[in-house]
Design a protein around this ligand. Structure first.
Ligand code: IMP
Ligand code: MG
Length: 178
């Protein structure tokens, strides 16, 4: 694809690491049922691949949030645009997210979900972009630490597109800078 400047994480690297994460989660939750809470839309691809490698029982639920601000800058004001369908009270919840950048979205979500009294609450993010962090977040499972660049593919979008691409790439600046 012309938009690809370079591939940061290949499909093979993604799949191998996601398998490891699934196995680690399976060991940590051996005798429990896990309530996976996927943050739409970015977390969807990751959820599907991750869940295949989790051996304890799992349930899925979905949440959608939007943060006010322009396309590339998170403001920290988060609105829930689609809430969970099930109660998470007394459940072992793992939030499944595509990327943690400033941490503002997850900071809000952690507080919000914590107030619903889950038995436990952990975070599993495919990508961690620590350079841009504005608030400290306790992340339990991390796929890859990534540099402070705009990334696209495997859940991450550019103008809502390219979420279906099976690898993560940096786009050529001419595509997103006028
Ligand atoms: P945070 O509140 O800054 O941590 O925002 C995290 C959200 O911003 C993620 O769930 C993504 O939807 C989006 N995001 C952050 N970095 C990127 C990127 O490099 N590409 C695409 N989306 C991103
Ligand atoms: Mg997201």
């Amino acid at each position: 694809m012309d938009i690809v400047e370079s591939i940061l994480i290949s499909e093979e690297q993604l799949q191998a690491r996601i398998r490891e994460l699934g196995e680690e989660i399976s060991r940590d939750y051996a005798d429990k049922t896990i309530a996976l809470v996927c943050i739409l839309k970015g977390g969807l691809m990751f959820l599907c691949d991750l869940a295949k490698h989790i051996t304890p029982l799992v349930t899925y639920d979905f949440m959608s949030v939007s943060s006010y601000g322009d396309a590339t800058q998170s403001s920290g004001v988060v609105q829930i645009t689609k809430d969970l369908e099930e109660s998470i009270e007394g459940k072992h919840v793992i939030i499944v997210e595509d990327i943690i950048d400033t941490g503002l979205t997850l900071n809000y979500l952690l507080k919000n979900l914590h107030s619903r009294n889950p038995a436990s609450l952990k975070i599993c993010t495919l990508l961690n972009k620590p350079a841009n962090r504005k608030v400290e977040i306790p992340v339990d499972y991390i796929g890859f630490k990534v540099p402070n660049k705009f990334l696209v593919g495997y859940g991450l979008d550019f103008k809502q597109m390219y979420r279906n691409i099976p690898y993560i790439f940096t786009p050529k600046p001419k595509f997103y800078k006028e």
